[in-house]
Write a protein that binds this ligand. Structure first.
Ligand code: PLP
Length: 396
């Protein structure tokens, strides 16, 4: 029997206005053309002109010697940790306020993520809290450039140097962000990126590892490609993985990189529109920006302080959802999640800034096709939710 058509399930009343997703890729340049070109060339696996071009251009953009394309940002982290020879019993310092992939990758190599609180002035790993967490087992630090804002890399690198640790930047969310004028991706021994569909530059799924040390690059290449000896076909001196990116994904990325300035400009405009439209709402706060930071405009972040706003973050999400506006709560702190909470409890970790942000942080829709009217509609729904009337009326 044919399956019966079912009504579309919606979690909110049907609205006459268009629904607004939280993110959407902008593929309006040469993306389609280059994908077709890759297909017609028959170079659809992990060799091809688009791959070479992407790796060269991305490395140059990030100020690193080499970029290695991989299948996604999680794999990029996993590969970096393998290349750094992280093993069972090792500890790696990571923020708890991040996407789970940062800590999962540490577990993939048998090591343990140790959680460090974030700095209230950057929302990234707090350099002042690192030393308390260093033990004889600590091997390295993974600062995450959270929600596009760079971590304080000089401070992190200094502590790492004092204690003989490596540093790996997780720049998944911070394409083209700058720290003291330098691009993220070249501020540590290794850096990783994600090109998932909600990222500033995307190939749907995709990732990269950035490296400048030639020895480390060789290890990364070998481990990315099944462990093969580059000079001897079918000879595998080590156990590697197939973590390679396809030429088709790289074709998308080449088209995206051509339009990076345009994509960034539009996202910056959206950030400005949000800041202006939400500026005077009691209880709504913005992501801080350090004096030395030029953050990447990834997802616009607000904090919802229930005392000032009158509703909790989750209540506001519910209201916006019922009006067809999709949002995301901040990441649930990793130390509170089942795979990590027991270890964190045993280590007695206290992460008050992370806990608070995890409760009050919210990402609003941010993508190039979001219109000025959309931003005003979102802002007006937020105003109405807390009982502040429309902007024009309150200004009169
Ligand atoms: C901070 C961070 N690290 C790593 C990743 C993992 O990237 P991917 O989803 O491409 O595997 C993400 C996710 O998107 C992320 O936000």
């Amino acid at each position: 029997m044919e399956p019966q058509p079912t009504a579309r399930l919606t979690s909110h009343p049907v609205s006459t206005k268009r629904d607004i997703p939280v993110a959407a890729p902008d593929l309006t340049g040469n993306e389609e053309r280059y994908v077709v070109e890759a297909v017609r060339s028959t170079w659809v696996s992990s060799t091809g002109a688009f791959l070479d071009r992407f790796e060269d251009e991305f490395a140059e953009m990030c100020g690193a010697r080499r970029a290695l394309g991989v299948c996604n940002g999680t794999v990029a982290l996993h590969l970096a940790l393998l290349a750094l020879d992280v093993r069972r019993g090792d500890e790696v310092l990571v923020p708890s306020l991040t996407y789970i992939a940062t800590a999962n990758a540490v577990r993939y190599v048998g090591a343990e993520p140790v959680f460090v609180d974030v700095d209230p002035s950057t929302w990234c790993i707090d350099p002042a809290r690192l030393e308390d967490s260093i033990t004889p087992r600590t091997r390295g630090i993974i600062p995450v450039h959270l929600y596009g804002h760079p971590a304080d890399m000089d401070a992190v690198n200094h502590i790492a140097a004092v204690h003989g640790l490596w540093v790996l930047e997780d720049a998944a969310e911070a394409h083209l962000a700058r720290y003291k004028g330098r691009p993220v991706g070249s501020l540590a021994r290794l850096a990783t990126f994600s090109f998932y569909g909600n990222k500033i530059i995307t190939s749907g799924e995709g990732g990269a590892v950035l490296v400048s040390d030639p020895q480390l690059e060789l290890r990364l290449r070998t481990l990315r490609g099944q462990g093969v000896d580059p000079t001897r076909r079918y000879f595998f001196p080590v156990t590697g993985h197939n973590f390679r990116m396809t030429n088709v994904a790289a074709a998308l990325l080449c088209a995206q990189l051509e339009r990076r300035d345009e994509i960034l400009r539009r996202r910056h405009e959206i950030f400005e529109l949000y800041r202006e439209a939400l500026a005077d709402i009691p209880g709504i706060g913005f992501q801080p920006v350090a004096s030395w930071a030029e953050p990447a405009p990834w997802l616009f972040c607000i904090t919802v302080n229930p005392e000032g706003f009158g509703l909790t973050r989750n209540e506001l999400m519910g209201v916006l959802g019922s009006r067809g506006i999709d949002t995301r709560p901040f990441f649930i702190p990793l130390h509170a999640l089942p795979p990590f909470r027991e270890g964190s409890r045993q280590r007695g970790e206290m992460l008050p800034v992370t806990d608070r942000l995890g409760q009050i942080g919210l990402n609003l829709p941010t993508f190039p096709a979001l219109t000025e009217d959309d931003v005003h509609r979102i802002a007006s729904e937020i105003r109405q939710a807390c009982g502040v009337g429309p902007r024009a009326a309150s200004a009169q």
